[in-house]
Design a protein. Structure first.
Length: 240
């Protein structure tokens, strides 16, 4: 964070929890396997309190992302506490979910599962476009979310808005070298765009472009505002 010129004032540390280390084995620019060294036990209430304190004392906070990897940090207590605090302050919460905490996400601004996660959340197979549409509607109603965005890999995304509008966002990825970080990039871009005042449909389109950029490169890569702008310009020129 410091190297990128970002403040680390909002970081919360746990003295008894080791830092997760992920080792990826790459062959021919493709990930073969990943080895994780980690602790997956739930964090305690003291960590939850520390996180809520950090978030509630940030006067310029415009959005919160809950990226659930089922690693013990986003406990049910953590999720419900963050969403409750955010709703009191009218701050949108963006969730990349896991099945074990599904009912804790109630009231989030946006839920963004991929196809596999949506299947796990609902316990059904999503094969056709109609399947995905039914899943998105069910998730939005069940979790009382303002919006649901289901990412579909090479098939793009499908957005379910608060007013009932459903729209498909076609993929823009021209080459796929490594999908690592694609979902993270999508939800980060989405949250940044909404925080900046974009309509959720515009934000989803830009998130789709951002994800298409990072999957074209091997390994974990970040995307800058200029890189995203260049990709959008390229996409506009292609569609002309």
């Amino acid at each position: 964070a410091r190297e990128a010129g970002l403040s680390d004032e909002g970081f919360v540390t746990d003295a008894v929890r080791p830092t997760t280390v992920k080792t990826r084995v790459i062959g021919n620019n493709q990930q073969i396997v990943r080895l994780d060294r980690e602790t997956r036990s739930d964090v305690g209430s003291d960590i939850v309190d520390a996180v809520i304190n950090v978030l509630s004392t940030r006067p310029t906070l415009k959005g919160i992302i809950l990226e659930d990897y089922n690693k013990g940090f986003l406990t049910r207590e953590m999720i419900t506490s963050v969403i409750a605090m955010a709703r009191e302050r009218n701050i949108p919460v963006f969730v990349d979910p896991k099945q074990h905490n599904i009912d804790a996400y109630v009231g989030a601004y946006l839920i963004k599962p991929n196809r596999k996660e949506a299947q796990e959340l609902l316990g059904s197979v999503l094969t056709t476009t109609d399947d995905v549409q039914r899943a998105g509607i069910e998730l939005r109603e069940r979790l009382k979310a303002d919006n649901v965005l289901i990412t579909l890999g090479s098939a793009g995304m499908m957005l379910f808005e608060a007013d009932g509008e459903i729209s498909s966002v076609p993929t823009v990825a021209k080459r796929v070298a490594d999908v690592s970080g694609a979902g993270d990039t999508a939800i980060a871009t989405l949250a940044a765009m909404v925080a900046a005042g974009a309509h959720i449909r515009e934000a989803a389109a830009l998130a789709n472009v951002a994800a298409g950029v990072v999957v074209a490169e091997p390994g974990i890569v970040s995307i800058t505002a200029q890189t995203l702008l260049d990709a959008v310009i390229d996409e506009v020129e292609v569609q002309r």
